[in-house]
Design a protein around this ligand. Structure first.
Ligand SMILES: N[C@@H](CCC(=O)N[C@@H](CS)C(=O)NCC(=O)O)C(=O)O
Length: 318
């Protein structure tokens, strides 16, 4: 069966895309991803071909099209009965929802002054009082969630859930902008950047060149990655994972010019290729530090079960 398709923006830039992507990867859901290069001339047209809001992420599941990052998280959580997507206990659940809503609606100063640029060399930048206040608020939220409800795991409410997915890009920002942290917030940031799905995202982001030239003509299959918690958190997605592990036929690739994801013969630009090598595509002169740092830290992780492959397609720029 053809899996769901998640349309996302460039991984080096699209923090909203990362949120549902990381939740789906955490739980080993099978899906195709289509990466739309952001910040090029025809970005808007490409996104509009798939998204009613002109924004990514968008999830397509059969006839359904779901937009808005948190709605996508909710949809997959409900459809696949993901365990602990929200905490079970009402007070914890309410707080998880509240802090997710705060993230979705707020922290504008932080988002403006510390933009999500996954390729940036980690280091501090000058910050306004408003951004300092955003950071203080986030630190308070993380600390309280961990203190009150985080006892059975390393995530905000113990197990990895939608609230974590919403804050993953914030933790990456803290890492990339060298935001001074200590205590539970620092531990939490480390948990985020060491998460195998986050490493995979950052690694892919590091392969993107400014303007997207390197990846525009490339279809790539993201390698399966270890997911240490998969065994500990059985989800009602076993069939999906097992099915996704089997070799699949040539994927139906969405054309930027069409609204459909099915029965579109792959063009030369979208046929599967082995992972890019330096000879096959230009690569940045030096690997960006964040991905390298995260990859190095990751080597300490004792890995567990394998996740299924996510098929990845880069929409070309006309
Ligand atoms: N509230 C939306 C925000 C989505 C959003 O702003 N996405 C950005 C990319 S991170 C986008 O699509 N921008 C359009 C563009 O760059 O042309 C959500 O949560 O999904």
């Amino acid at each position: 069966m053809h899996p769901m398709t998640l349309y996302i923006g460039s991984k080096s830039l699209s923090s909203w895309s990362l949120r549902p992507w990381v939740l789906m990867r955490h739980h080993g859901l099978a899906f195709d991803e289509v990466v739309i290069t952001l910040d090029v001339a025809d970005t808007a047209a490409h996104i509009r071909a798939h998204s009613p809001t002109g924004r990514v992420p968008v999830l397509v599941d059969g006839d359904l099209r779901i937009w808005e990052s948190q709605a996508i998280c909710e949809y997959v959580a409900e459809t696949f009965a993901l365990p602990r997507a929200w905490p079970l206990e009402p007070a914890a659940r309410a707080m998880a929802r509240a802090i997710s809503a705060e993230m979705h609606a707020g922290f504008e100063s932080l988002r403006r002054e510390l933009p999500f640029e996954a390729q940036r060399e980690p280091g501090p930048v000058p910050m306004s009082a408003e951004t300092e206040a955003d950071i203080a608020r986030i630190r308070h939220l993380w600390r309280e969630a961990r203190r009150l409800y985080g006892h059975d795991g390393e995530w905000l409410f113990g197990k990895f859930g939608i609230a974590d997915a919403m804050y993953v890009p914030v933790a990456i920002r803290f890492f990339l902008y060298d935001v001074p942290l200590d205590g539970p917030e620092r531990d939490y940031m480390h948990s985020v950047i060491l998460h195998p799905a986050v490493q995979a995202w950052m690694e892919a982001a590091s392969q993107e060149l400014p303007g997207g030239e390197s990846a525009l003509e490339r279809t790539q299959e993201v390698e399966s990655m270890p997911e240490p918690q998969a065994a500990a958190e059985p989800a009602a997605v076993v069939e999906t994972v097992a099915a996704a592990s089997a070799p699949e036929p040539t994927p139906a690739v969405a054309s930027a010019a069409t609204e459909t994801t099915s029965a579109v013969p792959p063009s030369p630009a979208t046929q599967p290729e082995p992972p890019a090598t330096p000879a096959a595509a230009p690569t940045p002169a030096a690997k960006p530090a964040p991905a390298a740092a995260i990859a190095k830290a990751a080597s300490a992780i004792n890995t567990g079960a394998e996740l299924p492959k996510v098929r990845s397609f880069q929409l070309p720029s006309d």
